[in-house]
Design a protein around this ligand. Structure first.
Ligand SMILES: [Zn+2]
Length: 143
């Protein structure tokens, strides 16, 4: 979320200035201290995140769900994870699936990564993005 970026920038001693942005949905403007380095797009994104209109609230919810799911993918399959090495492009595909599920363009997708590892990413009844990683034990052996 932009708010995290703003706090990070401010805490790191980044230059701040008064910026004006508008909600992407209702157009309501807000004036706040934001990082100087932000583009107008970043500014509008931040204002959209803090806006109270219904469309912005829905957008914020979706965005948070997606961010959590992306973090989960990185935790499970990203560099330095404890489980196993996932090729970078395969990890990128999982992130792409999170976007599609989060935007409700698809309901779910299952990716077989190999070595019996399957990842299912889909929407739950509670409207959360669920990531299930399963590893099948091999019961048959090829000679
Ligand atoms: Zn709004």
């Amino acid at each position: 979320m932009q708010e995290d970026k703003l706090i990070k920038c401010r805490d790191a001693g980044g230059m701040m200035e008064t910026r004006t942005g508008a909600c992407k949905f209702c157009g309501q403007a807000a004036v706040e201290e934001m990082p100087m380095e932000w583009t107008q797009e970043d500014v509008n994104e931040y204002v959209t995140e803090i806006c109270n209109c219904d469309s912005a609230a829905y957008y914020q919810k979706k965005k948070k769900q997606k961010e959590r799911a992306h973090e989960r993918i990185t935790f499970l399959f990203g560099e330095g994870n404890q489980l196993e090495v996932t090729p970078e492009r395969a990890e990128n595909l999982l992130h792409e699936v999170v976007e599609l599920v989060g935007d409700e363009e698809i309901q779910s997708a299952t990716v077989e990564i190999g070595n019996g590892v399957k990842v299912k990413i889909g929407y739950t009844i509670k409207e959360n993005i669920k990531i299930t990683r399963t590893k099948a034990e091999k019961s048959t052996y090829e000679e």
